[in-house]
Ligand binder design. Structure first.
Ligand code: MRU
Length: 339
């Protein structure tokens, strides 16, 4: 794999500081739970599966510090970001093992293995959708940086490209923090996948012009009925794709599915600092007297989704409740711990 968002060695979590890419490739070395919480909150590490894995290691670091209980450590990390359910799943994976007297580092390693393996399978499952060199549009960054390795939306594109598909990717810049132009374009460049960055507002123009064959995005939380949260702007892209008869896919590991939420109305949407909207590249981009609103995510209704690309195959939204019930009856997840 060309890109790895984070790794754990000798009691230290190393992670790429995603705030600085693509201009600087800097690695942060974190040894305390509080440092990991800060990195998640400030988005040095971001993307739903990646913050789940970072938080899992944060729990392991907390255990080594000796001043946290499993429950207090979990509470500190849960307070960092509200929308991506993976965060809570990763924390719980380690909390339960630690509370049972098992090795928290081993639990965090096992959680990372699970997520990376599922993302690789998402790539295998989704790759056939992108045979024959299509033009694909994606929003935000759902690559290795967002998932530790492989990606969700980018994993099928990466595998299709490896298998010889000369595909082309339209990369939405993704205001206000530019995860598309800074991170997705950087990852595609590493893989030599053809792409062009477009202003978020240009996506509809290219869809209407017949320049987009399909859309694929990741997700931060997928409710039982298939409504899903993803980076702000995703909803608009889904609606315009439907208007133009373009298939819209959502790729995710199982940690992103939240069977406890009946539909999208139950998904908490993070609102971040107005400063992220009022400044651009550190420079004020609105009058001093202006205020701003800054929802980090929006919720797209399930009816816009052609299929979820999961580790175990394509799943239509109407089949999702049954699939999630079947999974829950196989492995009991402690729902009460997942906010
Ligand atoms: O605010 P971010 O950058 O953490 O938001 C990330 C996204 O919205 C991604 O699209 C999502 O996590 C899917 S990533 C595999």
């Amino acid at each position: 794999m060309a890109v790895r968002a984070l790794w754990f060695e000798r009691g230290t979590l190393h992670l790429i500081d995603q705030r600085l890419l693509p201009l600087r490739l800097k690695v942060l070395h974190l040894r305390r739970l509080g440092d990991v919480a800060d990195a998640i909150r400030s988005m040095a590490v971001r993307g739903a599966p990646a913050i789940g894995v970072a938080a899992a290691y944060g729990m392991a670091l907390g255990a080594a510090e000796g001043r946290w209980t499993p429950d207090r450590a979990a509470a500190a990390l849960r307070g960092t970001r509200p929308t991506a359910v993976d965060l809570f799943v990763g924390i719980e994976a380690v909390r339960a093992e630690w509370a049972a007297g098992n090795d928290p580092v081993a639990a965090a390693e096992a959680y990372r293995e699970l997520v990376v393996g599922e993302c690789r399978r998402v790539g295998e499952v989704g790759a056939p959708l992108f045979r024959g060199g299509p033009k694909v549009l994606t929003h935000c960054n759902a690559g290795a940086l967002a998932t530790v390795e492989w990606g969700t939306a980018l994993a099928p594109l990466r595998v299709a490209h490896e298998r010889g598909s000369d595909l082309f990717v339209w990369v939405d810049e993704t205001r206000p923090l530019l995860q598309g132009s800074r991170l997705t374009a950087w990852e595609l460049g590493q893989e030599r996948i053809r792409h062009a960055v477009i202003a978020d507002n240009a996506a509809g123009h290219y869809m209407r012009a017949g320049e987009v064959d399909s859309v694929i995005v990741g997700a931060d939380r997928i409710a039982r009925n298939g409504d899903f949260a993803n980076k702000i702007g995703t909803y608009e892209k889904a609606v315009v794709a439907r208007e133009n008869g373009i298939p819209f896919f959502v790729a995710a590991p199982w940690s992103t599915f939240d069977a406890e939420r009946a539909d999208g109305r139950a998904i908490p949407v993070e609102e971040r600092s107005p400063g992220e909207v009022l400044r651009f590249g550190g420079v004020r981009a609105a009058p001093r007297s202006s205020t701003a609103r800054n929802p980090a995510f929006d919720v797209t209704p399930a009816r816009y989704v052609r299929a979820f690309v999961t580790p175990d195959g394509l799943v239509r939204p109407r089949d999702l409740p049954t699939r999630l019930r079947a999974r829950a009856s196989r492995r009991k997840r402690p729902a009460s711990k997942i906010p």
